[in-house]
Design a protein around this ligand. Structure first.
Ligand code: ADP
Ligand code: MP5
Length: 518
């Protein structure tokens, strides 16, 4: 007989980390900072409130402590329902609250307990009863990691009868931390934040070893909540280590290295948040924000609604289009002063262009993903050829000068169209400006028409509603092609559209210069 295979329950997708602490309505310290930290480092954050603190970046205005019975109710509500992977203890305010937490920790005993012995806020306001210091010293024995700053460390190594002064040097601080680790039998995270100098080291100190983690000091006044954030980071990172490797020992030095890396970035980006006028907060989500920006930049063209792709390109080429409107050729065509030779030159090149343009339209028809779009491009190809034929017949007749070779500008444009035919989206984007600019310019040309206008019959042709409808359809097709493809091809579509718009401008610019002025 073989034993049934044992399947270990899969690990949860994130460490479940509980903060037991006070509040900061400005979101920089206390429970708010803890939840942000836990989330920023990939944990699932939970919170039990010990005290409501009316504070901001400038200081503490008031503290309201709910009945201790309600603290116990909150603690039980969490632990009766949720498996807790780590606890971070912050502001505990006074002895009855410390005793209640201590009593709750006994039977629940999550695998990781980190104590930030919060006593005084950055602003200098007391957050712990002086009488509760002894209770905090006792609590230290029950936890896995203590994270005192230098002032708190001095209090923790003091006794009722002998007060120890705050360490003034790193060496002194290490000695005190070692003493605390020895007397409590736990691990101390010694913080160098309150020492001077360019460096800002921290260390993991046990009775037998000191693991220093170097750090760079950030020149900032945004330090509100630094201690809260570091201790929650340590709880989260330790729980994550155990989630990945259950049953192993926490590597506190590795956790501190990762926490400090993250914290240094959060300190650097804090000021840019522009929160408060005192000691502002850290930017807990600086890395998330940077990642979101990178994604947004890569996909900038669909920042708004991807279905609005064509309108975005139209707006992006506004300066080019303004240049087109101001060209001598179009100004002369509108007011009737255009040299007839320039007009004929333009018509001849347009006819040459249309013949080649029709071939590219036929290629779009061949690539079209739906029958409707296939028909649309095929019809457009036919119209371009009909237009070419009518230009020759009605306007240019048998004039031998009217059948020249395509100009360099005309060739450059059609070559660009043909070169865009590798993908449907790119080709559609390259074809669109010819439709759209022609209808748009046509609106102003038609408006300029009047009795006796030398180009009146030509301007009159611009009001054709079927051309406006075809342009609307080409825009809709381009939007669909943009929405159906990825960021890389949308980038190529954007380039193809902008290049065609430049070719349009050059196409309208050449006639007047080719024949020596308007
Ligand atoms: N200006 C700073 N630049 C870089 N790190 C800092 C700075 N100030 C504090 N830290 C770091 O922030 C954490 C909290 O330290 P500290 O300020 O000493 O504690 P607390 O916030 O509890 O008073 C430590 O990791 C410390 O090294
Ligand atoms: C509720 C609460 N807990 C802790 C701190 C200390 O934070 P810091 O000393 O980093 O300002 C605080 N200001 N408020």
């Amino acid at each position: 007989m073989t034993a049934a295979p044992v399947h270990a329950a899969p690990a949860p997708s994130a460490p479940r980390v509980l903060s037991i602490a006070g509040t900061d309505p400005t979101g920089g310290a206390g429970i708010q900072a803890d939840l942000k930290t836990i989330g920023a480092l990939g944990g699932y954050g939970m919170a039990v409130v010990t005290a409501l603190v009316a504070q901001n970046t400038r200081g503490v205005r008031g503290v309201h402590v709910p009945d201790v019975g309600f603290l116990v109710e909150q603690l039980d509500a969490v632990s009766d329902d949720v498996a807790i992977d780590a606890v971070k203890l912050g502001m505990l305010h006074s002895t009855p609250l410390i005793d209640a937490v201590s009593e709750w920790l006994g039977p629940v005993r999550p695998p990781v307990v980190v104590l930030d012995p919060v006593m005084v806020a950055t602003s200098g306001d007391r957050l712990l009863d002086a009488a509760a210091e002894r209770a905090v010293r006792e609590l230290c024995r029950q936890v896995d990691l203590i994270t005192p700053n230098l002032a708190e460390l001095a209090v923790l190594v003091s006794t009722d009868s002998a007060r120890v002064a705050r360490a003034r040097t790193w060496a002194e601080a290490v000695t005190q931390a070692r003493h605390l680790a020895t007397t409590t039998g736990t691990t101390v995270l010694l913080k160098g934040g309150h020492l001077d100098g360019e460096d800002c080291p921290d260390a993991i100190v046990t009775a037998s070893a000191v693991g220093e983690v170097p750090g760079r000091r950030v020149a900032t006044t945004n330090t509100h909540g630094t201690g809260c954030s570091l201790s929650s980071a340590m709880a989260t990172l330790a729980a994550e280590q155990l989630r990945l490797a259950p049953g192993t020992e926490v590597d506190w030095v590795a956790a501190l290295r990762a926490a400090k890396d993250w914290l240094t970035g959060a300190l650097e980006h804090g000021a840019a948040l522009q929160v408060g006028e005192g000691n502002g907060p850290l930017d807990h989500f600086h890395a998330t924000r940077a990642a979101l920006r990178a994604v947004a930049d890569a996909d900038a063209d669909i920042d708004a609604d991807p279905l609005d792709w064509a309108a975005q390109q139209w707006t992006a080429t506004a300066a080019l289009r303004a240049e087109v409107d101001a060209l001598d050729f179009l100004v002369g065509l509108r007011d009737g002063t255009l040299d007839e030779r320039a007009f004929r030159w333009y018509l001849a090149q347009d006819a040459l262009y249309l013949g080649r343009y029709a071939r590219v339209l036929a290629r779009a028809s061949a690539l079209a993903p739906t029958a409707d779009e296939q028909v649309f491009w095929a019809r457009s190809a036919a119209s371009a050829l009909e237009e070419e034929a009518s230009l020759h017949r009605a306007r240019l007749g048998d004039d031998p000068d009217a059948h020249p070779e395509p100009s360099a500008t005309t060739l450059a444009y059609v070559n660009h169209l043909a070169a865009s035919a590798d993908s449907y989206g790119e080709l559609v984007a390259a074809l669109l400006p010819c439709f759209w600019l022609y209808s748009d310019v046509g609106i102003r040309l038609a408006e300029a028409n009047r009795e006796g206008h030398p180009f009146g019959d030509w301007l009159g042709a611009y009001g054709d509603p079927t051309f406006a409808a075809a342009t609307a359809e080409a825009i809709a097709i381009a939007d669909r092609a943009a929405a159906a493809t990825g960021a890389a091809e949308r980038g190529r579509m954007r380039t193809a559209f902008a290049r065609s718009m430049q070719h349009e401008r050059d196409f309208f610019a050449v006639p007047t210069t080719a024949v020596g002025g308007a």
